[in-house]
Design a protein around this ligand. Sequence first.
Ligand code: OFO
Length: 180
Amino acid sequence: MLSQKMTDALNEQINKEMYSAYLYMSMSVASNEMGLKGFANWFMVQYHEEMYHAMKFYEYVGRQGGKIALKAIAEPPSDFSSPLDMFPKTMEHEQFVTRSINDLMDLAIEEKDHASRIFLQWYVTEQVEEEENDNDMIAQLKLIGDNPQGLMMLDRELAGRAANVPTDFSKGVEGAAEEG
Ligand code: OFO
Protein backbone atom coordinates (compact mmCIF):
# COMPACT_ATOMS: atom_id res chain seq x y z
CA MET A 1 0.00 0.00 0.00
CA LEU A 2 1.33 3.41 -0.99
CA SER A 3 0.25 6.78 0.39
CA GLN A 4 -0.88 9.33 -2.20
CA LYS A 5 2.21 11.40 -1.37
CA MET A 6 4.50 8.43 -2.01
CA THR A 7 2.60 7.52 -5.21
CA ASP A 8 3.04 11.09 -6.50
CA ALA A 9 6.75 11.13 -5.61
CA LEU A 10 7.35 7.74 -7.31
CA ASN A 11 5.53 8.94 -10.42
CA GLU A 12 7.78 12.03 -10.46
CA GLN A 13 10.78 9.70 -10.24
CA ILE A 14 9.58 7.69 -13.26
CA ASN A 15 9.67 10.99 -15.15
CA LYS A 16 13.18 11.85 -13.87
CA GLU A 17 14.51 8.45 -14.96
CA MET A 18 12.88 8.84 -18.38
CA TYR A 19 14.50 12.27 -18.67
CA SER A 20 17.85 10.67 -17.77
CA ALA A 21 17.37 8.21 -20.63
CA TYR A 22 16.54 11.09 -22.95
CA LEU A 23 19.59 13.08 -21.81
CA TYR A 24 21.93 10.15 -22.48
CA MET A 25 20.29 9.55 -25.83
CA SER A 26 21.01 13.18 -26.70
CA MET A 27 24.64 12.73 -25.65
CA SER A 28 24.82 9.62 -27.81
CA VAL A 29 23.61 11.64 -30.80
CA ALA A 30 26.22 14.35 -30.07
CA SER A 31 28.99 11.74 -29.74
CA ASN A 32 28.08 10.25 -33.12
CA GLU A 33 28.20 13.73 -34.63
CA MET A 34 31.72 14.15 -33.19
CA GLY A 35 32.75 10.86 -34.84
CA LEU A 36 33.10 9.16 -31.44
CA LYS A 37 31.17 5.92 -31.94
CA GLY A 38 32.49 4.35 -28.74
CA PHE A 39 31.20 7.23 -26.62
CA ALA A 40 27.92 7.04 -28.57
CA ASN A 41 27.71 3.35 -27.58
CA TRP A 42 28.53 4.12 -23.94
CA PHE A 43 25.71 6.65 -23.77
CA MET A 44 23.23 4.28 -25.45
CA VAL A 45 24.07 1.62 -22.85
CA GLN A 46 23.43 4.30 -20.24
CA TYR A 47 20.10 5.03 -21.96
CA HIS A 48 19.11 1.36 -21.49
CA GLU A 49 20.11 1.51 -17.82
CA GLU A 50 17.90 4.54 -17.29
CA MET A 51 14.95 2.90 -19.04
CA TYR A 52 15.42 -0.05 -16.69
CA HIS A 53 15.45 2.31 -13.69
CA ALA A 54 12.24 3.96 -14.93
CA MET A 55 10.55 0.61 -15.59
CA LYS A 56 11.42 -0.70 -12.12
CA PHE A 57 9.59 2.29 -10.59
CA TYR A 58 6.71 1.86 -13.04
CA GLU A 59 6.29 -1.79 -12.11
CA TYR A 60 6.61 -1.12 -8.39
CA VAL A 61 3.87 1.54 -8.39
CA GLY A 62 1.59 -0.82 -10.34
CA ARG A 63 2.27 -3.81 -8.09
CA GLN A 64 1.46 -1.69 -5.04
CA GLY A 65 -1.91 -0.74 -6.55
CA GLY A 66 -0.87 2.88 -7.15
CA LYS A 67 -2.08 4.88 -10.13
CA ILE A 68 0.75 5.29 -12.62
CA ALA A 69 0.87 8.83 -14.02
CA LEU A 70 3.09 9.46 -17.03
CA LYS A 71 4.15 13.09 -17.42
CA ALA A 72 5.73 15.02 -20.30
CA ILE A 73 9.47 14.50 -20.64
CA ALA A 74 11.47 17.74 -20.88
CA GLU A 75 13.68 18.41 -23.89
CA PRO A 76 17.30 17.60 -23.07
CA PRO A 77 20.22 19.86 -24.05
CA SER A 78 21.89 18.98 -27.35
CA ASP A 79 24.68 21.52 -27.79
CA PHE A 80 27.70 19.60 -26.51
CA SER A 81 31.22 20.38 -27.69
CA SER A 82 33.30 17.42 -26.43
CA PRO A 83 33.26 14.43 -24.03
CA LEU A 84 34.81 16.66 -21.37
CA ASP A 85 31.89 19.01 -21.86
CA MET A 86 29.38 16.15 -21.48
CA PHE A 87 30.66 14.16 -18.52
CA PRO A 88 30.63 16.92 -15.87
CA LYS A 89 27.03 17.51 -16.99
CA THR A 90 26.20 13.82 -16.53
CA MET A 91 27.78 14.06 -13.06
CA GLU A 92 25.69 17.10 -12.18
CA HIS A 93 22.59 15.25 -13.38
CA GLU A 94 23.39 12.07 -11.45
CA GLN A 95 23.91 14.11 -8.27
CA PHE A 96 20.46 15.60 -8.83
CA VAL A 97 19.02 12.07 -9.19
CA THR A 98 20.86 10.94 -6.05
CA ARG A 99 19.29 13.80 -4.07
CA SER A 100 15.90 12.81 -5.47
CA ILE A 101 16.37 9.15 -4.43
CA ASN A 102 17.48 10.31 -0.98
CA ASP A 103 14.32 12.43 -0.68
CA LEU A 104 12.22 9.38 -1.61
CA MET A 105 14.03 7.34 1.01
CA ASP A 106 13.43 10.07 3.63
CA LEU A 107 9.72 9.98 2.77
CA ALA A 108 9.58 6.17 3.03
CA ILE A 109 11.22 6.36 6.48
CA GLU A 110 8.93 9.20 7.60
CA GLU A 111 5.85 7.24 6.50
CA LYS A 112 7.13 3.94 7.95
CA ASP A 113 6.65 2.53 4.43
CA HIS A 114 9.00 -0.43 4.78
CA ALA A 115 8.26 -1.95 1.37
CA SER A 116 9.26 1.29 -0.38
CA ARG A 117 12.30 1.67 1.85
CA ILE A 118 13.55 -1.80 0.86
CA PHE A 119 12.70 -1.19 -2.81
CA LEU A 120 14.56 2.16 -2.79
CA GLN A 121 17.67 0.62 -1.26
CA TRP A 122 18.57 -0.77 -4.70
CA TYR A 123 18.60 2.77 -6.12
CA VAL A 124 20.71 4.15 -3.26
CA THR A 125 23.39 1.59 -4.14
CA GLU A 126 22.96 2.14 -7.87
CA GLN A 127 23.53 5.89 -7.52
CA VAL A 128 26.92 5.27 -5.90
CA GLU A 129 27.88 3.34 -9.05
CA GLU A 130 26.46 5.99 -11.37
CA GLU A 131 28.48 8.77 -9.74
CA GLU A 132 31.60 6.59 -9.58
CA ASN A 133 31.37 5.89 -13.35
CA ASP A 134 31.17 9.59 -14.09
CA ASN A 135 34.04 10.42 -11.74
CA ASP A 136 36.25 7.79 -13.40
CA MET A 137 35.39 9.05 -16.86
CA ILE A 138 36.06 12.70 -15.96
CA ALA A 139 39.44 11.71 -14.47
CA GLN A 140 40.41 9.79 -17.63
CA LEU A 141 39.31 12.61 -19.91
CA LYS A 142 41.34 15.13 -17.89
CA LEU A 143 44.41 12.90 -18.23
CA ILE A 144 43.90 12.67 -21.99
CA GLY A 145 43.48 16.45 -22.27
CA ASP A 146 43.93 17.60 -25.87
CA ASN A 147 45.55 14.37 -27.07
CA PRO A 148 43.40 13.06 -29.99
CA GLN A 149 45.16 9.68 -29.93
CA GLY A 150 44.27 9.17 -26.28
CA LEU A 151 40.68 10.10 -27.02
CA MET A 152 40.50 7.62 -29.91
CA MET A 153 41.91 4.87 -27.67
CA LEU A 154 39.29 5.55 -25.01
CA ASP A 155 36.63 5.67 -27.72
CA ARG A 156 37.64 2.19 -28.90
CA GLU A 157 37.48 0.91 -25.32
CA LEU A 158 33.99 2.37 -24.77
CA ALA A 159 32.76 0.70 -27.96
CA GLY A 160 32.98 -2.60 -26.05
CA ARG A 161 30.51 -1.63 -23.32
CA ALA A 162 27.40 -3.83 -23.49
CA ALA A 163 24.06 -3.38 -21.73
CA ASN A 164 23.73 -5.72 -18.77
CA VAL A 165 20.16 -4.78 -17.91
CA PRO A 166 16.95 -6.13 -19.45
CA THR A 167 15.77 -4.15 -22.46
CA ASP A 168 12.53 -6.03 -23.28
CA PHE A 169 9.79 -5.35 -20.74
CA SER A 170 6.92 -7.06 -22.53
CA LYS A 171 6.74 -9.62 -19.70
CA GLY A 172 7.29 -6.99 -17.02
CA VAL A 173 10.53 -5.92 -15.38
CA GLU A 174 10.79 -8.88 -13.04
CA GLY A 175 10.06 -11.33 -15.85
CA ALA A 176 12.71 -9.65 -18.01
CA ALA A 177 15.28 -9.68 -15.18
CA GLU A 178 14.70 -13.42 -14.65
CA GLU A 179 15.13 -14.18 -18.35
CA GLY A 180 18.09 -11.81 -18.76
FE1 OFO B 1 18.75 6.39 -12.98
O1 OFO B 1 20.48 6.68 -12.52
FE2 OFO B 1 21.20 7.77 -13.74
O2 OFO B 1 20.00 9.08 -13.75
